[in-house]
Design a protein around this ligand. Structure first.
Ligand SMILES: [Cu+2]
Length: 248
């Protein structure tokens, strides 16, 4: 192999390594925080489709690109092919229109499929579905600079820690007392704006007891990064026995 060919393959290998190591890092961080709940399951399925289709398309594009670079590489004494485009001239007929049609229809079909999946997902986030679990249990979430307030149906309140039972539909009615915030529980793939004078609704249902980090994901002031908490999922009996003594 010529030195330029070796360099070319080295460069492509580096690009691939960079792309795939980024994906690996993203996966590692999602395993670290743990995932639970019906939203995470559906969301990850959809992301799996995006990654799979994106992966296949990029492999095809890079393979085609590499093949073209190799096939049309310059060598001593080589000349432009007859149908090479010339500066300032509109090329005569080049290529096969069937391929253009094929690619256009394929892209359209892929985009329509992903759009339908995404709209479906948005509807799932907005409408609690019956049959997932007990409940619903409605909790009022109020954001403050720089803490979270959770008010339960019986009037009890907790701060920064949201404590709810597993296998229950939990509806969160989210608002704010001051500026814009954003309530997010990455492990459950939940994220919703907290907007003054407005109540936004999101729901979840998760089967695994544990603690899952809550973050504010809207830059809200100097202590924004300290605006954290935990979603604490407990057995229904533990929740019934009173959340005040154990967790608040
Ligand atoms: Cu905030």
């Amino acid at each position: 192999m010529k030195i330029n060919t070796i360099r070319l393959f080295g460069l492509l290998a580096a690009v691939f390594a960079l792309v795939f190591s980024n994906n690996a890092l993203a996966c590692a961080s999602c395993i670290e925080t743990g995932t639970t709940g019906v939203h995470a399951e559906k969301y990850d399925q959809l992301m799996g489709w995006y990654l799979l289709i994106g992966g296949i398309v990029s492999l095809l594009v890079y393979a085609w690109f590499t093949w073209l670079l190799y096939k049309f590489r310059a060598s001593e004494g080589s000349q432009d092919p007859e149908d090479a485009p010339k500066l300032g001239e509109i090329p005569k007929h080049r290529g096969d229109p069937k391929w253009t049609w094929f690619v256009t229809v394929a892209i359209f079909a892929i985009l329509m499929g992903l759009t339908a999946g995404t709209i479906n997902m948005v509807e799932f986030y907005e409408n609690p579905e019956e049959g997932w679990g007990d409940g619903p249990l409605t909790v009022q979430v109020t954001a403050h600079r720089y803490y979270w307030e959770f008010e339960y149906p019986n009037g009890n309140k907790t701060y920064d820690n949201l404590i709810v039972p597993i296998n229950t539909i939990v509806i969160l009615e989210v608002t704010t007392d001051d500026v814009w915030h954003n309530f997010a529980v990455p492990s459950l793939r939940l994220k919703i704006d907290a907007i003054p004078h407005q109540t936004n609704v999101i729901w979840f249902d998760a089967p695994d007891v544990g603690e899952y980090p809550i973050s504010c994901m809207e830059l809200c002031g100097s202590d924004h990064t300290d605006m954290t908490g935990n979603l604490i999922l407990v057995e229904p009996e533990v929740y019934e026995n009173g959340i005040d003594e154990d967790f608040a």
